[in-house]
Each structure stands twice: as C-alpha cells, then as structure tokens.
Ligand binder design. Structure first.
Ligand code: PMP
Length: 393
C-alpha cells in the first residue's frame, strides 16, 4: 500500500497542507470561525445574497409544498416543477434558448465537457481554467491542448494545426486571478476554425454585464457566438447548484449524454425556488453592483498604495500576489491575528511560485470593512511575522 501518511507529512513540510475550520451561523462578512469573530474576505457571495431574507422566506415556504429531498435523478422521478421553472428563469436571465440544471458547477463541467468531446476530438483549454474543467477534459478522453493564459494567437495556431472536432473551453472570469477572458477574440477564432466555444462564467454571472447577466453578454456576444455557457448558483446567486444554457440541441443532447446529469440526485426543489428568488434580486441588483465596484476600486487603490502586488483584475476577485507558500500562509495568519479572514491559495490551485491571498469583495461589505482590511494589511506590510512582504512591491 502507498504510504499515505508520509504524503500528508510531505505536504505539511512543503507548506501545502490543507485544513478546514468550522464556521457557525450564516455566511456573511462577519463570520464566527471556531468561536473567533472574523471579518471575511474570501467568500464568493459577491452580491451578499447567501443569506438574503427573501430567498430564506421563499425556501421556507417551498419546503412546505415541495419537501426536502430531490429523491432521485431528474430522469427517474426527480424533475420537479420548481426545477423546470428555475431552468426557464435561467434561460431568460442569460438570454438563451434553454437551460439545464446540474447539482454543482464541478459536476456541470465534468458532464458537459465529457459529453461534448470524446476520443478523436480535441479540446483547447486555457492554462488557468478551473480544476473542474481540467478534470472534465481528462474524463472526456479527448486530446487536450492547453494554450497560454488568454493568448488567442497561440490558440489560433493550435486550432489551425488540428483537424477534426474542436471544443474550446475557458473560464469567463478566472477564479484565482479575477481577470476576464478575451471572449470576443475567442469567439472570432472559434468561428474561423469551426470550433465549439464553451464559457464557464461561474464568477461573471451576477457581477458583470447588463443586470449581472454575465461576461458573455458584457462582451456583446450571443448564443450563436458562445453556444455553451456554464453558470454556477453557489456564488452571486447565493445558493448552490449550476446550469448549462444554450440552444435547444445542447440541453437536449446533455439530457441524453451528460453522465453527471443523468446519474445524480436532483437538487432539493425548495432550493430551486429560493435561487429563483435570488435571481430576481440579481436582476434588480444594479445598486449592489455599483456598491461592489466602489469597494473594488477602494481596495485596489489602498492595497497598491501600500505596495502590495495586485493582479490586473477589475472584478471582485482581487488576489494579492505573494509568491512563496510559507509567506502566503504567514500573511494569512497575520491578518487573522488582526481579525481578518483571507485564505492563502497555493499550488496546485495556482502555479508554483504564485501563492497568493485571494481577497474577494462582496456587496455585503461596507466601505469601513474594506478600510479595516487595508489597515491590517498596512500593519503586516512592515511588521513581523510577514516581513518578507517587503520584497513583494
Ligand atoms: N467553475 C469555476 C470557474 C469555479 O470557480 C468553480 C468553483 N469555485 C466551479 C466551476 C465549481 O462550481 P461548484 O462550486 O458549484 O461545484
């Protein structure tokens, strides 16, 4: 048998050990983590809807008439009218012909990619795509060619060299960097080389585009340009689950072929109702989005003035690039000692040598809370235990 315990010890020595801690109470900026009050800057609850009273009331009401469990997969007897209604809402929200619910974004990416590409086909994947896309590519058994992050010219060279069916897949907003994919250019090269384009807009939906309709509509692109859109419901939508939206042929095909759709329990129907309520809040949420954009500007200005290295992101994902794993952990701990929670992100989630603190902002934050984060960062900038910070500028 492999020496699993030794592998765990090696992880610890390399500063790569992952640990969990218990949160009590609802997700909101002021969290209680194992009894300690902390101000959190690491959730993906971009609009502050994870604890929205309207959604909670909708959930409580829906529990009365729809009960708790999904009871089976959609194709057995689990496809509830609440799911059907939410699929309609999601199609309308993304301005697409149809939508299909999945239980998580991870499952959606595995299922969609492995259904749309197989042996003999080629998938082109941005180097910084999310782990679920990488795993979907592996599962598909297609040939996988990764292209340099956001490099459409490099992609075009690869596309031109490759015969057969081609699927190009990209995050809309990159989850660990916060930058937006060059979607217009991607759509153009895909059209030129007859490749199918898939965008995972987990972090763009709710945040970017008109009424938060996502990065694809923000780029002025339609369903014809980007036929396959994956969205998740655990981030700006404040719940959990995911969907794929696109032409009728796509959702119909996925019902036949996506194994992570066919062989898994449908999400609790009451949750679908609650997410439907949050979707209304997303559409009506221009005030939330402009407040959020103000917080992003405030953080960027403050943190760059302190000499921290930020990344070229205008979204609520605002990583502070640190480099070394131990320094990232030390900075995270130093912030925590000051009552601030920002988790360190290390390889393999990000490339080696690019460990970072992934700061995420939410419309639920107040400006004064961002200032508290900046004050704590100012203290850590000069003092121990994170004096290594000095060399980051
Ligand atoms: N895609 C991206 C870009 C993500 O960041 C994530 C999760 N953080 C997922 C997919 C997976 O979504 P879920 O959490 O719903 O499984």
């Amino acid at each position: 048998m492999r020496d699993f315990l030794r592998e765990i010890e090696e992880r610890k020595r390399a500063g790569l050990y992952r640990s969990r801690r218990q949160v009590s109470g609802p997700q909101q900026p002021s969290l209680t983590v194992e009894g300690q009050p902390l101000l959190s800057f690491c959730s993906n609850d971009y609009l502050g809807l994870a604890n929205a009273p309207e959604a909670r009331e909708a959930l409580a009401r829906a529990l009365e008439h729809a009960g708790l469990g999904g009871a089976s997969s959609h194709l057995i007897c689990g496809h509830h009218e609440a799911h059907h209604r939410l699929e309609g809402q999601l199609a309308a929200f993304t301005r697409r012909s149809s939508a299909l619910l999945f239980s998580t974004g991870y499952m959606a990416n595995l299922g969609v990619i492995s259904a749309l590409a197989g042996r003999g086909d080629t998938i082109f994947s941005d180097r910084l795509n999310h782990a679920s896309i990488i795993d979907g590519c592996i599962l598909s058994r297609a040939r996988v060619r990764r292209y340099a992050h956001g490099d459409v010219s490099a992609l075009e060279v690869q596309l031109a060299q490759t015969p057969g069916h081609k699927l190009v897949v990209t995050d809309g907003v990159f989850s660990m960097d916060g930058d937006v994919a060059p979607l217009r250019a991607l759509a153009r090269v895909c059209q030129r080389h007859d490749a199918l384009l898939m965008v995972d807009d987990a972090h763009g939906l709710g945040v970017l585009g008109p009424q938060g309709r996502g990065s694809v509509l923000a780029a002025g692109l339609s369903e014809q340009d980007v036929p396959v859109l994956v969205g998740t419901l655990g981030k700006a939508a404040g719940g959990s689950g995911a969907f794929v939206a696109g032409p009728e042929w796509l959702t119909e095909y996925l019902v036949q072929k996506a194994r992570t759709y066919v062989y898994t329990t449908a999400m609790p129907p009451a949750l679908a109702v609650a997410i439907g309520a949050n979707l209304e809040a997303v559409v009506q949420g221009d005030d939330l989005r402009s407040h959020l954009a103000g917080l992003v500007r405030r953080f960027r200005e403050g943190a760059s003035a302190l000499g921290y290295t930020l990344m070229p992101s205008q979204t609520p994902i605002q990583p502070i690039l640190v480099g070394d794993n131990d320094t990232a952990l030390a900075l995270s701990r130093a912030l925590e000692a000051r009552g601030i929670l920002v988790t360190a992100i290390r390889p393999p989630t990000v490339p080696a040598g690019e460990a970072r603190l992934r700061v995420t902002l939410s419309a639920a934050h107040q400006a004064a809370q961002v200032d508290r984060l900046l004050d704590a960062l100012a203290e850590c900038r000069s003092g121990l235990p994170c004096s290594g910070v000095r060399s980051w500028a």
